[in-house]
Ligand binder design. Structure first.
Ligand SMILES: [Zn+2]
Length: 387
């Protein structure tokens, strides 16, 4: 009998050891789930339709709630129409309606994850899509680039889109929504064109954001820079230490995405400028002004019958159209009946150059190297580590 405790002793120690190990595993698992929950609980609110007079909503098994939280029974698809003091649905008036589904809510025939919230703004019906941030990113990838690009470039896109969205969310926390669904912020078409490769890039970078000095950066990006990225102060007047502009010859390997030309009659240009609020008449030339150290025009002068009007390159782009004057890196040729613009780069040129990032990924760089190149001095961090 006397040896019995000695036999038991190692077993007893083993039990304690196993118990401690189990507690440690459980603690670490609960820590992990806390981290994942922090990332997965993060939601984002995106304005998907603005100023509408009518919205068509559909989907399978939709749950509808009105402003006081009560559920509504409606037959789908349903048309929500703008009325004098709210929105009309099946003859009844509402101020706020929320539609959610386990799969997708269809708004004007486009599928969205999460929920769709319809309210009345000054200009019409406003539809906000609220959904988990990570799901938003999966939908966004193919709106901004192609998920068929090298995976490191797709991951870089996932991280900057996440970073940009969170930065905007913090800046607009008291606003009805955090993001526009157009080039004003980030292009987003719901879950219409999401795919497994976009999902992979998002999940393999889950919760990763770019930071500077511990804070989430303003991760601006654009389609192609045309040779050198732009400094933030040259576009928005505010200098940022990680947006000074870097050399980028990588996007020039894709000329179709980088080189552009636009031709117009002077009359059409004058009409556009007048519509944009410039009171000019008898426009006979556009004179490019000085070029900044990043190769972009600081100014252009509108030569009209009563003299010249100098405006910034960005103002000129805005007036004529961002889709035709694709960047402020251009030259002008004026023939008798036509004026032609030849340029390189597409977008404001600040931050990451998407076509440049694609080429860098093809050259074998990882997403971390691509990001630190376009945003010098920044650090990649997990969202859970900075909150
Ligand atoms: Zn570039």
């Amino acid at each position: 009998m006397c040896f019995y405790p000695q036999v038991l002793w190692p077993s007893y120690r083993m039990r304690i050891f196993i118990l401690i190990s189990m507690v440690m595993v459980l603690l670490s698992l609960s820590g992990l789930s806390r981290i994942n929950a922090a990332v997965l609980d993060e939601t984002i609110r995106v304005a998907i339709v603005k100023s509408a007079s009518e919205i068509l909503v559909g989907g399978e098994g939709l749950l509808v709630t009105k402003e006081n939280g009560d559920a509504l029974i409606i037959a789908f698809p349903v048309t929500v129409a703008l009325a004098k003091d709210g929105m009309l649905v099946e003859g009844k008036l509402y101020r706020r309606l929320t539609f959610s589904a386990s799969t997708a809510v269809y708004v004007n025939n486009k599928p969205y994850r999460g929920l769709a919230e319809l309210t009345v703004s000054e200009k019409g019906i406003l539809v906000i899509n609220q959904l988990p941030l990570e799901e938003y990113l999966v939908g966004l990838i193919n709106c901004e680039i192609s998920s068929a690009w090298p995976i490191e470039a797709v991951k870089a896109q996932a991280i900057i889109a996440r970073t940009y969205a969170l930065n905007r969310k913090m800046a607009r926390i008291t606003s009805p929504y955090h993001l526009e669904s157009s080039v004003i912020d980030q292009v987003y078409e719901g879950s219409l064109i999401e795919d497994s490769r976009a999902r992979r890039a998002v999940s393999e970078t889950e919760g990763e954001v770019l930071t500077f000095g511990g804070g989430i950066i303003q991760a601006f990006y654009h389609s192609s820079c045309g040779g050198r990225t732009e400094a933030s102060e040259n576009v928005w007047g505010t200098p940022l230490p990680y947006l000074k502009g870097v050399e980028c010859l990588y996007c020039l390997t894709a000329p179709s995405a980088t080189i552009w030309e636009f031709k117009s009659s002077l009359k059409d240009l004058e009409d556009k400028l007048r519509t944009a609020g410039y009171k000019i008449s008898g426009l006979y030339d556009i004179k490019p002004g000085a070029v900044n150290s990043r190769g972009r025009l600081k100014q252009v002068t509108l030569m009209a019958s009563k003299g010249g009007v100098a405006i910034s390159g960005e103002q000129f782009r805005k007036a004529i159209g961002y889709a035709v004057i694709k960047s402020t890196r251009f030259t002008v040729k004026n023939t008798k009946n036509e004026i032609s613009f030849s340029g390189s780069g597409n977008g404001h040129g600040v931050g990451l150059c998407q076509w440049g990032a694609k080429q860098r990924a093809l050259d074998g760089f990882g997403f971390g190297e691509i990001l630190s190149y376009y945003y010098p001095g920044t650090e990649l961090k997990k969202l859970s580590d900075i909150r």
